[in-house]
Design a protein around this ligand. Structure first.
Ligand code: NDP
Length: 338
């Protein structure tokens, strides 16, 4: 059983060498006493929150840190090959938490979803039909309460979550601008995902001026994925009664001390609603979300770009690449190198 092991707790930017690939012998049977399932992992998801799990557990967090010396875990798509649980049978396809390895025993089955729709790519259950998709859906519709005609800004806009938020906002009849870190991504935002405008934040010396260029009358909704300087610049450009859905702050994840935000007083003067959320609180919306999104995918009204690394060995490089923007679209790993 090939596995990806975290060598030791990470500080600063994660590196490929923080992880190790090992092979252990595997008995393709559930161990004595397990009431769970044995799965073959097909796709593994690379997600920014995994950086928090690579760190020493210093403060209370909504997720546990990985155990150095043990295989990492994360979201994935898997096939059940043995089951001692009445709700799962051999041959079932599932998505949810699994190990970064070829085969895993899963004992906690509460947040494991059985895949019902198999006429779409299975890899989509690491992205658009999985955790990032539900994040975009809940974060945009539930937290931002969007209305037709409003102005929407999305950061990390070409990523797993951002590309969907932009498309949801366009379907809603909003004016949508995205920021991303390369020309290729900016082109993708406009040509593939239908954003009205997009810019490369790395080429903007003055983020405030960039936002004023695209939002001369201000921003109604900001879908926050990056934090730091971008959040600060956005605050001064928000409109009265604007809403900010705080999904993530990836620019801060590798810093020992978060960068200061200076413009917070705008929350008061402009009566802005800023709200953090965790996708785990919205799992009850999953069926409703699928009902909405699957027809849109089938009709070609929503598209999804994936960045698929082949083979478990490519996992560390793919995961680390999230923090330099190496990925174009949803980063995942196909466990089988073919
Ligand atoms: P992405 O697919 O967008 O990958 C991460 C991207 O972040 C990179 O490609 C890069 O794009 C950008 N990035 C990396 N470092 C920086 C930086 N220093 N400043 C600005 N941008 C940076 O990831 P996801 O779509 O999976 O996640 C997006 C955000 O959503 C993350 O903050 C994540 O933590 C959060 N999230 C929150 C959830 C919740 O429940 N609240 C659930 C899922 C995700 P670029 O080239 O454009 O810089």
């Amino acid at each position: 059983n090939k596995q990806v092991i975290l060598k030791d707790y990470v500080s600063g930017f994660p590196k490929e060498s923080d992880m190790l690939i090992t092979t252990s012998s595997v008995d393709l049977k559930l161990p004595e006493g397990s009431n769970g399932i044995l799965v073959k992992n097909l796709y593994l998801s690379c997600d920014p929150y995994m950086r928090n799990r690579m760190a020493k557990p210093l403060r209370p967090s909504y997720v546990d840190s990985f155990q150095p010396g043990s295989p990492m875990t994360g979201f994935g798509v898997s096939e059940v090959i043995d089951s001692r649980n009445q709700n799962f049978s051999k041959g079932d396809l599932v998505w949810g938490r699994t190990g970064w390895e070829e085969y895993s025993v899963i004992d906690s089955l509460e947040s494991l979803f059985k895949i019902q729709h198999t006429d779409l790519p299975l890899s989509y259950y690491t992205g658009i039909l999985g955790m990032p998709g539900l994040t975009a859906y809940a974060g945009f519709y539930e937290i931002c309460a969007p209305k037709k005609g409003e102005t929407v800004f999305v950061s990390a806009a070409s990523g797993a979550v951002g590309q969907l938020v932009g498309q949801f906002a366009k379907l809603m009849g909003c004016y949508v601008v995205g920021s991303a870190g390369s020309k290729e991504k900016v082109d993708l935002l406009k040509s593939k995902f239908g954003f009205d405008e997009a810019f490369n934040y790395k080429e903007e010396a003055d983020l405030d001026a960039a936002l004023k260029r695209y939002f001369p009358d201000g921003i109604d909704i900001y879908f926050e994925n990056v934090g730091g300087k971008m959040l600060d610049a956005v605050l001064t450009n928000m409109r009265l009664h604007g809403r900010i859905s705080v999904c993530g702050m990836i620019s801060q994840y590798n810093l020992d001390h978060p960068e200061g935000v200076h413009n917070l007083f705008n929350l008061i003067s402009k009566r802005i609603r800023i709200e953090g959320f965790l996708v785990f609180d919205y799992y009850h919306l999953y069926d409703k979300f699928l009902e909405m999104v699957i027809p849109q995918i089938k009709q070609g009204k929503i598209v999804y770009v994936e960045d698929i690394a082949r083979g478990l060995e490519s996992g560390p490089e793919a995961l680390v690449g999230l923090f330099s923007g190496r990925n174009v679209g949803k980063q995942l790993i196909a466990v089988d190198p073919q």
